[in-house]
Design a protein around this ligand. Structure first.
Ligand SMILES: [Cu+2]
Length: 303
């Protein structure tokens, strides 16, 4: 069977070894020749400098050899990269959403998962989209990384060749909690995957309100335990009295249904005192009124 985690490992590693090998060869060679020249042609050993003009043989040699080497490096790079942009037609499609600061994966039946779970030996295409800023989906063990750009449909694909659990990172600095933007890629056998897809995908043991907060990455900025991250904590939020800044003027509000709806629609309209504006996008279209009711039911449990 395969010894590599994905179908792209070999191509990428081969080009890395070739480029690194050529670079190390020249680093050592040039340094050695330089040291030799410094000693051999120092003023002590070579008091009168020699003026050397053309040497056609040498000039042809130092043009042709590097050209060949660069073409070799290009070949390995091209051979490793081209297959990454050619997705097989039968690939299973998963939508990968990036947002500050969490990944979420949407499957063909419309259900979401916080981890990317895929079957062994089946090509998987990820359709990449960003809800806010630039991110980059990076799976180091698979040697693949692709930018996730707001307003642009990008994609990546792979064939998982080994069962196991791998890291998914964001490789494009996307703000304060960038380094917490982590997920897992889990590779299951086909049977285990089918079972997971039928029975576990979209089924959460969490309160439905908490599941929505996770799916929309709310909890990467609003804690549920009282700690302040980027925004105010959800703990004790329901019916709390807060001082907010509205158009630069302080006022006191009570967190109720209307206030939560307004905060989702226009996050920068009322900023809780002590927090920064401009960090939250509008959830006017992503969080429906029914979703909000479930979120409120959950907030009521966080007394
Ligand atoms: Cu990111």
């Amino acid at each position: 069977m395969f010894s590599e985690a994905s179908n792209f490992v070999k191509g990428v590693d081969d080009s890395l070894v070739v480029i690194l090998g050529i670079s190390i060869f020249f680093l050592v060679g040039i340094t050695a020749v330089m040291i030799y020249f410094v000693i051999r042609y120092s003023r002590k050993r070579n008091p009168i400098a020699t003026n050397i003009e053309h040497n056609s043989k040498l000039e042809i040699l130092w043009t042709v050899i590097p050209t060949i080497l660069v073409v070799v490096m290009f070949y390995y790079g091209w051979a490793g990269f081209t297959p990454m942009r050619n997705v097989p037609k039968d690939a299973m499609v998963v939508k990968a959403h990036g947002q500050m600061w969490a990944w979420s994966f949407e499957y063909e039946n419309g259900s979401y998962s916080e981890n990317l779970i895929v079957p062994l030996n089946k090509p998987v295409k990820l359709e990449l989209s960003s809800k806010d800023v630039l991110h980059s989906l990076y799976i180091p063990a698979y040697r693949i990384k692709e930018d996730v750009v707001p307003g642009k449909a990008n994609y990546m694909w792979f064939i998982p060749q080994k069962e196991g659990s791998y890291d998914i990172l964001c490789a494009e600095y996307c703000g304060e909690r960038h380094s917490y933007m982590l997920s897992k890629l889990e590779v299951y056998s086909q049977d285990k995957y089918d079972d997971w897809y039928a029975n576990e995908l979209g089924v959460s043991r969490d309160h439905p309100g908490l599941a929505l907060l996770k799916q929309n990455a709310c909890i990467s900025c609003h804690s549920t335990d009282g700690s302040a991250i980027i925004g105010p904590t959800f703990k004790g939020l329901w019916e709390r009295t807060e001082i907010v800044m509205t158009d630069g003027v302080e006022r006191e509000i009570t967190v109720d249904r209307d206030y939560i709806r307004k905060s989702l629609n226009e996050p920068n309209a009322d900023i809780t005192k002590g927090f920064n504006p401009g960090l939250m996008i509008s959830y006017a279209t992503t969080v429906s009124d029914e979703d909000m009711d479930q979120i409120i039911e959950y907030l009521k449990t966080l007394k």
